[in-house]
Structure formats: C-alpha cells, structure tokens
Write a protein that binds this ligand. Structure first.
Ligand SMILES: [Zn+2]
Length: 173
C-alpha cells in the first residue's frame, strides 16, 4: 500500500528516529508499504521518517530496470555505517521529500553497512558508487539530516523557500 511522502520543511524530517525493536508483521508490512511508495514515486531509496514513522528503517533499490538490470529491493532495519573509504564520490542527489531539486553532494565512495534484514537476520555488505551514496543518504534521514544540509546556507534557504511555495500550491488544490 502506498503511503504519503512528507515534503520538506516538516519537523518530522528533522527528528532522530528510534531503533526498531524485535521485528513484527506490522514492521514488515511497513517495509513493504515503503517499497511500494518508493517504486511508485519513482525513487531509489526511502526512509521511514519520510512517511512520518520515526523508526530506523530504510528501503532502497539502485538497480536500473530501464537498462535491463534485475530489481534488488533491500529492506534495512537499524542500518549502520561501519566504515567509509577515504576516497570520495560526488553525486547529484535528489530526495523524494524535496521534489525536483538536485545538488552535488560529496560522500565516501565505499561504505560497509550492517543491518537487520526483512527476515530478522543480521547482514553486512560493502556498497560502492550509487548504492553507497543512496544508503548513506537514507541513513542520514534516520538522524534527521537531509542532503541539503550539506549545501551552503544560501542554497539550502533557496530550496527550502521553493518547497514552502510548493506545499502552499499543493494545499490550495
Ligand atoms: Zn531523501
């Protein structure tokens, strides 16, 4: 089931999310809803706070079906970056909570991440390139951090003002 995505600025997007306790069917359903919402958007990642749930859960899939890649939906409960490479990567990032705004963000190129998967099993994996950027972006959401927080205050204000206007326009219809 699709959920509504919160648009910045929203106080819930600035909060630190709580760790997920034992997995439950409710939490698995929430993860499935997040995947539905992400694919529908369409996007390559979504964090629970973006649908107003302040729990440490993210979903992502950076495969490109349009060039024949097989989808790889990942569900991560309590994800944590264990280590990041000194080598950096610059990607033009966007965010489903900040529609149609993109900016270059520099992050470690390779990261080791640990998480609990949909079946409750602990997992660790090394991510590179777009996957590394995406997983770091989503984990940032769990700390109440957005990609625009890496930009200069001026750029951040400019984007925030556009989002305020967007929300006003949407509320009007
Ligand atoms: Zn985002």
């Amino acid at each position: 089931m699709k959920r509504a995505i919160l648009i910045h600025p929203d106080p819930r997007l600035k909060k630190v999310s709580d760790p997920v306790p034992d997995l439950s069917d409710d939490l698995r359903r929430l993860a499935d809803d997040m995947l539905d919402t992400m694919y529908d958007a369409p996007g390559i990642g979504l964090a629970a706070p973006q649908i107003g749930v302040l729990q440490r859960l993210i979903v992502l899939d950076c495969m490109k079906p349009d060039i024949g890649e097989t989808p790889r939906p990942l569900v991560m409960f309590n994800p944590r970056v264990l280590a990041g490479s000194d080598e950096k990567n610059v990607y033009e990032e966007g965010c489903l909570s900040i529609p149609d705004q993109y900016a270059e963000v520099t992050r470690p190129k390779v990261v080791d991440v640990e998480w609990i998967d949909r079946d409750g099993n602990p997992r660790t994996e090394t991510f590179d390139g777009l996957w590394a950027t995406c997983v770091q972006h989503e984990i940032d959401h769990l700390e109440g951090k957005l990609f625009i927080d890496y930009l200069t205050p001026l750029k951040r204000q400019l984007i925030t003002r556009k989002m305020v206007k967007l929300k006003r326009d949407r509320a009007r219809v």
